[in-house]
Write a protein that binds this ligand. Structure first.
Ligand code: MSP
Length: 520
């Protein structure tokens, strides 16, 4: 394990405004980046936009714009949305930037010099929605329509440069087999391996009929295939191929490339092949999450069946940004498809309020009511139900580390929530509010209050990557210090006896009925 961490999202097509799908990947990557930063690891989190390709050209033309004009209109919507959602990306790469174009040109030159690129002719099918070449068998299987968009596949017949993908396939198979953590989740890994077993043809990597893209350095009437251009962002953003490649040296290989499952093939086959051809290390993990679906189909701009920004902003206005983050990660095991329902959004907000907010509030209020707001001293060793709570508290850091390492982000959200739930159960079972009436039980009340405060402290620490504002607010209520210490140290140092806690304020205030959206 290294003390640095590099995570990326896909770079999105700025052919339309972002929607829930883009927000999902970006917020998930943000939670992971926040976790590793909190652990004290030097973290680099990259996102950006993929501006070239036929899809941009066609969308722009339909709007009477040049592709560059369309990008210039839409890219700021992405970058400002990430600010609005408090995304902690360290860079935002546009593929139209000179730093990227120059480095891609260099990369392609290197592949040309190595003899990994040759001139040929492509004849076959192309899915313009996915910017993807489709084999004859796949095309027939899909009835000559885009697998996601349902729009007719295009027949391309043109001169093209090819990358010797086939040469690298045996090494890629070997790498995926010998590094089980490389392509995840497991079911997707198996899909990639079985598709690879059928072999992969050399890849057409230039377009002679397109002007919008990065020119082939040896033959500028061709532009580089948009996917080759785009995948390279993961190293060009770090300065690979530029005068200052210190960031590249520090952060490559990436720890995680995160994406939706429809683009796993590009990341687990094309990208490793290019890296092998460049003599570079492969990323440590390529993880494909599931789709937000609607009516069983992937939410997409093309189908128009998506949750848009207005809807997302509505949820934030109602429940807060942290509650949205929690809902998205909690909704299903990370990797599975999911369906948005307003009722589930509401349910997960109530869960936060009833479990985390309520338990913290009970602990802080009881400390004020029975101990003048000061954490009591406890010297007895824990047994029985106290031991269970202590053990669950002590187990959290390692389980959380495992969940974040495996990108089990639903667990990352649920583990601390379950600790708060257990603390609530502990309070119910031990009933300090009854014991407090009996002066002879003062020592027991001290134990219960101290142990439940320590458990809530750990639960809130564990929630920090997902609820950065609310969990910090809760920790503040417990007068926790040590914000600058790595998480592992903070876990072992709950506020000591004698600490005066703050006032208990509801972390997730429920809305007065009048402000709730009523039935239409
Ligand atoms: N430009 C390429 C990626 C190049 S990366 C080198 C691209 N862009 S995209 O705008 O289509 O974004 C695709 C990504 O957006 C998905 O991989 C996923 O991260 C996210 N999502 C878009 N729709 C989604 C859903 N309906 N559900 C979940 N995530 C989805 O592909």
């Amino acid at each position: 394990m290294t003390d640095r961490f590099y995570i990326t999202t896909p770079i999105y097509y700025p052919n339309a405004e972002p929607h829930l799908g883009h927000v999902y990947t970006t917020l998930a990557a943000d939670a992971v980046a926040r976790y590793h930063r909190l652990c004290g690891r030097e973290t680099f989190f990259l996102t950006g936009v993929d501006e070239h390709g036929i899809k941009m050209v066609k969308t722009a033309a339909a709007a009477g714009l040049e592709p560059r004009e369309l990008a210039d209109r839409t890219v700021p919507v992405f970058s400002s949305l990430w600010k609005e959602l408090d995304i902690t990306n360290d860079d935002f790469l546009r593929t139209s930037e000179p730093r990227h174009k120059a480095a891609v040109s260099q990369i392609v030159s290197k592949l040309l010099d190595n003899g990994d690129i040759y001139l040929g002719a492509y004849e076959g099918w192309y899915d313009e929605g996915q910017e993807e070449f489709v084999t004859e068998t796949e095309a027939r299987h899909q009835e000559f329509k885009g697998a996601i968009s349902g729009k007719p596949l295009q027949r391309y017949r043109e001169e093209s440069y090819f990358f010797r993908l086939g040469k690298y396939v045996p090494r890629i198979i070997e790498h995926i087999k010998s590094h089980p953590e490389f392509v995840q989740p497991e079911s997707r890994r198996n899909e990639v391996l079985s598709k690879l077993a059928a072999g992969a043809e050399d890849l057409s990597i230039s377009r002679a009929t397109l002007k919008w893209g990065i020119p082939m350095p040896n033959d500028p009437k061709h532009v580089v295939y948009v996917w080759i251009d785009a995948l390279c962002n993961y190293i060009t953003a770090l300065g690979y191929g530029s005068a200052d490649d210190s960031r590249f040296k520090k952060f490559w290989p990436a720890d995680v490339h995160l994406m939706g499952k429809e683009i796993l093939w590009f990341h687990s086959v094309y990208w490793p092949a290019i890296l092998m051809a460049l003599g570079l290390e492969l990323p440590r993990k390529v993880f494909a999450h599931g789709w937000w679906t609607s009516g069983g189909r992937k939410m997409s701009k093309t189908l128009g069946n998506y949750i848009d920004l207005a809807k997302i902003r509505g949820v934030i206005a109602l429940h807060g940004l942290d509650a949205l983050r929690f809902y998205l990660l909690r909704a299903a095991p990370f990797g599975s498809d999911l369906d948005w329902t307003d009722a589930d959004v509401e349910k997960s907000f109530i869960e936060l309020a009833d479990v985390v907010g309520n338990c913290l509030n009970r602990v802080v209020k009881m400390l004020h009511r029975y101990r003048d707001g000061v954490l009591p001293q406890v010297s007895s060793s824990a047994e029985g139900i106290d031991r269970q709570l202590l053990d669950q508290t002590a187990a959290l850091p390692a389980l959380l580390e495992q969940a974040y390492r495996n990108l089990d982000l639903q667990q990352a959200a649920l583990l601390p929530l379950e600790l708060a739930r257990a603390t609530n159960g502990y309070l119910e079972a031990t009933a300090p509010f009854q014991l407090a009436k009996d002066p002879k039980q003062a020592g027991r009340v001290d134990e219960i209050l101290s142990r439940s405060a320590a458990a809530m402290y750990a639960a809130l620490l564990g929630l920090l990557p997902i609820l950065p504002v609310k969990a910090a607010d809760g920790l503040h209520q417990l007068s926790a210090t040590g914000d600058n210490l790595p998480l592992s140290q903070r876990f072992t140092a709950p506020p000591p006896a004698g600490t005066r806690v703050g006032q208990g304020q509801a972390l997730f205030p429920k809305l007065p009925p009048a402000t709730k959206p009523g039935p239409a």
